[in-house]
Design a protein around this ligand. Sequence first.
Ligand code: HAM
Length: 422
Amino acid sequence: MEKIQSLTGMMDLIENKANKADTANGIFYTEHILKDIFETYSISEIRTPALEDSSLFKRSVGDTSDIVNKELYSFMDKNDKSITLRPEGTASVIRSIIEKKIDNESNKFWYLGPMWRYERPQKGRYRQFSQAGVEILGYSEGIAELEIVSIICSINKALGIENSILKINHLGDKESKEKYCNALKNFLMPLSSKLDEKDIQRLNTNPLRVLDSKSSETQEILKDAPKINDFLTDQSLDLLNLVKNTFSEECNIKIDHTLVRGLDYYTGFVFEAVSSDLGAQDAYLGGGRYDDLCKQLGGKDLPAIGMAIGIERLSLLTKTYKKNRTLISFIIISSNLESKAYKIAHDLRSINSSIDIDVQLSDGSLKSKLRRANKDNASYAFIIGEDELKSENIIVKSLNDENSEQIIMNISEIENFIQNIK
Ligand code: HAM
């Protein structure tokens, strides 16, 4: 029969117990570290549904973005309502806090989950990918910018990422952004015959997005275009310098006035972390301030800043991959169903929460079970046969050291032994 395949750009992740640094293990490890970091910043978790009303993304991410224009997974449901698999998490978080009527409060949220964008798959670019995001709500420009960059520095440090640049820019306050957009439009309009269709459309709807053009001809023209830094207020320029100076010893921060983000909701400070180790899709996280979004979606006037991390890309950069848990392979050798032996394993688990006990459930010889224990990278094999069961002993074999003797321990010695495993 014909086999059913996974969809293009979507991958299965299967944990490898042998602790190998493969894609799945790297992703799971990275997620685990990120959750720990979010906890240390006292950020609360938020979970929103994967499916949302399609208009949410049109009204937030924006009609001029590639995400909304080309990449949405949108469907009609059985009630003829247009619904969309979320392409990002920010819009859903804001929708949720408005719905829960907490859009007048300060809050810090983190989330982690799959996102969907119908893009052309390549290394580091998938149609289903995972993002971990942080949204800091209710704080005007200033300290929240420092908090976000502090989190980024902590992530780089925890995962051993050294070859990276954090690009930062300011899109200006309302007035300077408007002035700059007009200047850019006035400069580009007479040259519009040299721009491609996409850039002409961007010029009319959101001129800042032309700066992000992939066309080499447009980029050549932009060399002589007005620059945003000439339009920024001292306050905006000071903020960029403050962020850079505060973290310059920990993070490689570069002020890049050409940085604009691909989503429409940004209003001030924006950033993107890139690494040349990633190839063409080099941005492993990005974000910025979006002070108008909450009001735009029908909520209160709530200042906000946030970021999202591409888990697959971040895990490609992870250097310190290591799982800090000890695995014990529990081997029962008996022709009967030994519930008593099984119960011993069950009770041992509650003694030390940092050890894992894998009871080998299959039939098979001691040799094949030891082979399996080694393959799984277990530190110890606990072997219990019919004789041991009668005498209430367990044979303990260290698998990390080939020359070590196996030791017979009684149950209370075993409990002590497990308690002392770090
Ligand atoms: P974004 O820049 O669209 O921002 O996505 C954030 C990160 O998600 C990117 O830097 C990249 O690492 C990853 N990513 C995006 N698309 C793909 C893909 N097709 N395959 C693999 N990874 C991908 C946002 O989504 C905003 N919501 C960030 C934000 C939060 N701004 C404020 N708050």
